[in-house]
Design a protein around this ligand. Structure first.
Ligand code: FUL
Length: 474
């Protein structure tokens, strides 16, 4: 009888080789589907517009007359059009700031647009914004300050019920809300008393009414403050946090900039910063709109370091975005388009020092699909990846993305460019960093390169990357 074993062995080997490799185990805390949707947004607007716009204040007192609120040409469609054209994905509005004035006719306050002369007391900014966001394909978010310097119940247990009712009102009447923004400020109310906030109760109302929304505060539960109002995350930026060690108003806010490696919960940071010195509109700041150079540094420091950017635009007394701000927003959009539109690595073959196996090949890094990834084998925490470009081309940015659905892993990496005709073996280090997370943009002086190499030198677990992009210098 013929020996069939060699053929059988070949057949079995082929069968094993054709099997997809086992998926990498998740590591540590991982994002929810709400988190994954939020990470993909990257850039959206904050709008500070309310009583303070008309009193030239940053923190109102709660004693202002509602008569003072009189926008002459309020048009949320103008905000939405500008934000959409600026490449932003949504708008978060200060529905109620610390002075307590409500931009919608709340049944739980007597300090609202209903008491103002605007639209004969029949106006509702949230309704207009929600319609405008829908029309322009933007998401809507709300800022609701628990601190309220107007409400007579503030400082008593009854106020927590008032605030929950207020939340329920806002979150059930204006369609879907992508983010609820809780300010941590906790000062005195009209009676000179401070409130002990029922944050667990507030969170429960959001979960019940808007299960698809993420909740922001200094300490989450979903999204954390980045610890400064300048718009900068840091080179080390963990999406994970030992969440129980922090609370809204935490004095340990500086730790929020970096997060905690291997932290207990997924609570990524959001960078909030205003395009002007103030959060609210002040005519004397029309000439102080941040320069394009300043905004570009903010982009590298926020989105470039793995965070999302919440850029504030102070709407003016007419109820419109001022031309100085809209012009800057458009210039900023053009600046990004020039730098991040042509991905030279797209569709190019990638080699890796180690690959987990079938289904996790290095070419998946450049296939343009967010759902695919390259993964290192178990036990391997260092790796080298190389992509060759179609021809020597000036490049100035490399973008890396971890496959964060399985957790954040990388703790140190380098980027090298192969410059044909340069000294030595032609490889030059052009950048390095600590963490990567959802995305990392490495910027450098343009070099004419024909290959890019990524060296991952340490990670909490086998690295898993979703994308490697190499952008042609403008
Ligand atoms: C702070 C507030 O006190 C400021 O007025 C502003 O709203 C900023 C975004 O958050 O905590």
């Amino acid at each position: 009888m013929k020996n069939i074993y060699p053929a059988l062995l070949v057949f079995l080997a082929c069968l094993i080789g054709c099997q997809p490799a086992q998926a990498p185990d998740p590591v540590g805390a991982t994002p929810s589907t709400n988190h994954l949707r939020w990470h993909a947004l990257e850039y959206y607007a904050f709008v500070h517009f309310s009583m303070n716009t008309f009193t030239n204040e940053e923190w109102g007192h709660g004693t202002e007359s509602p008569e003072t609120f009189q926008p002459t040409a309020l048009d949320c469609r103008q905000w939405a059009r500008i934000c959409r054209d600026a490449g932003m994905k949504g708008i978060i509005l200060t529905a109620k700031h610390h002075d307590g004035f409500c931009l919608w006719p709340s049944a739980y306050s007597t300090h609202t647009v209903a008491q103002s002369p605007w639209r004969d007391g029949k106006g509702d900014v949230l309704r207009e914004l929600s319609a405008a966001c829908q029309e322009y394909g933007l998401l809507m978010g709300v800022y609701l300050s628990p601190w309220d310097r107007n409400h007579p119940a503030y400082g008593t247990d009854a106020y927590n019920e008032v605030f929950k009712n207020t939340l329920r009102e806002v979150l059930t009447q204006y369609g879907s809300v992508f983010e609820v923004w809780f300010d941590g400020a906790n000062g005195e109310g009209p009676n000179g008393k401070k409130q002990v906030y029922d944050f667990p109760g507030f969170i429960q109302v959001v979960r019940e009414t808007q299960p698809g929304a993420v909740i922001f505060s200094d300490a989450g539960p979903d999204i954390r403050w980045v610890g400064n109002e300048q718009g900068f995350a840091s080179d080390t930026n963990w999406h994970t946090l030992n969440r129980d060690d922090y609370f809204p108003g935490t004095p340990r806010y500086r730790e929020l900039t970096q997060g905690n490696p291997g932290g207990t919960h997924w609570v990524p940071s959001e960078c909030d910063v205003s395009i002007r010195p103030g959060w609210y509109y002040h005519a004397d700041q029309d000439t102080a709109v941040k320069t394009l150079e300043h905004l570009s540094r903010i982009w590298y420091g926020s989105v470039g370091n793995g965070s999302n950017l919440l850029l504030n635009i102070p709407v003016d007394r007419r109820g419109l975005i001022h031309p100085a701000d809209s012009a800057r927003l458009m210039a900023f959009k053009q600046w990004r388009d020039q730098r991040f539109s042509t991905d030279l690595a797209q569709g190019r073959p990638v080699t890796a020092s180690a690959t987990r196996g079938r289904g996790y090949e290095a070419d998946r890094l450049t296939d343009g699909q967010v759902a695919t990834c390259w993964a290192a084998p178990d036990g391997v925490t260092t790796a080298t990846l190389e992509v060759s470009l179609p021809r020597p081309t000036p490049v100035a940015h490399v973008r890396l993305e971890e496959y964060i659905a399985l957790g954040q892993r990388i703790t140190s990496f380098k980027v090298l460019a192969h410059v044909p005709g340069s000294t030595g073996d032609g490889w030059q280090e052009v950048g390095k960093g600590a963490t990567i997370g959802a995305q990392r943009i490495v910027a450098f002086e343009p070099v004419t390169a024909d290959q890019i190499r990524i060296e991952i030198s340490s990670a909490l677990a086998p690295p898993v990357l979703a994308a490697l992009k190499v952008f042609q210098a403008p």
